[in-house]
Design a protein around this ligand. Structure first.
Ligand code: G1P
Length: 303
């Protein structure tokens, strides 16, 4: 347990998953590097962390994830080539990812679940509260969820999870929370179940991939047995923490009502690209024009 007022500066981003839903694209490319418009998905997540004031990012990686490190590192050859061509705009976009935050990497080794990935962060994080951002969830930059969660952590202490209402027939895809109201916009989490069968879902409030955790989570994870799918589940550790403030609880929930894209899902990945492309000042006007014509002329013939 730490003082609720400890400053949060570290973000942990688990990125060791295999990306099987995107095979064969992810056979030799990490799923986190798939482009959303012209920027890899993972860069949006790191930008979200830094926009919330986090300056130290630890990525939990694994085999075949070297491109992640390269993306956030300098590429002098490419930079020189762009400089010689006088392409200052692309040069600054190429350099942007290298100056976002201080990047650190640790390899997970065996992929034994999200809880195990978080446990790999223990030596780096130490005894301060920290944020966790799951790479599959893109939160629209105009909806600053993480900042709200960090403020809630400063005010209430304990650990904070992001929740979102989902259709009851989708609760089996998420960790689900039982809650009771505490204060404006903040709920007390009284129970959590990882990917419940529909009859066992405590509510339709699903955990989305943002957490602000008390470092007590590491000790709890160390004692948590494998759960759903035989993996060490972060949700199970949070369930334990929700029952005992000496273990890094209480656990609070902030309900997110903004724009979120699950880029781990092919349909949502496509929707994210279309929406973000439409909103881009450089691409949007032209793309929207094409999209309108496409929908008007081609859609009636589909399905
Ligand atoms: C993980 C968590 C789950 C959470 C989800 C959010 O599951 O285990 O509790 O609801 O992220 O995206 P995953 O989607 O990695 O299977």
């Amino acid at each position: 347990m730490t003082s609720p007022r400890s400053r949060i500066s570290k973000a942990v981003i688990p990125a060791a998953g295999l990306g099987t839903r995107f095979l064969p694209a992810t056979k030799a490319t990490p799923k986190e590097m798939l482009p959303v418009v012209d920027q890899p998905a993972i860069q949006y997540v790191v930008e979200e962390a830094t926009a919330a004031g986090l300056t130290d990012v630890l990525m939990i990686t694994g085999r075949n994830k070297r491109p992640l490190e390269d993306h956030f590192d300098r590429n002098y050859e490419l930079e020189d080539a762009l400089r010689r061509k006088g392409d200052t705009e692309r040069l600054s976009r190429v350099q942007a990812s290298t100056t976002l935050a201080t990047m650190h990497y640790v390899r997970q080794g065996d992929p034994k679940g999200l809880g195990h990935a978080i446990l790999c962060a223990a030596p780096h994080v130490g005894d301060q509260p920290f944020a966790v951002l799951l790479g599959d969830d893109l939160i629209d930059p105009r909806d600053p969820l993480l900042t709200t969660m960090m403020e809630a952590q400063v005010e209430h202490g304990g650990s904070i999870i992001a929740l979102m209402e989902v259709d009851p027939d989708r609760t089996h895809l998420y960790g689900c929370a039982a809650v009771e109201p505490v204060a404006d916009g903040v709920l007390r989490v009284t129970g959590l179940v990882e990917k419940p069968d529909p009859a066992e879902a405590p509510s339709n409030l699903a955990i989305i991939g943002r957490y602000v955790l008390d470092p007590g989570v590491f000790e709890v994870l160390g004692k948590t047995p494998p759960g759903r799918g035989g993996e060490l589940q972060l949700t199970d550790a949070l369930q334990t923490m929700s029952t005992d403030s000496a273990l890094g609880g209480p656990v609070y929930g902030v309900v997110f009502k903004g724009r979120r894209y699950d880029t781990g899902d092919r349909g949502d990945y496509l929707r994210a690209i279309v929406r973000l492309a439409c909103e881009r000042p450089d691409l949007g006007p032209e793309f929207q024009k094409w999209l309108r014509t496409y929908v008007a002329e081609e859609m009636p013939t589909i399905g």
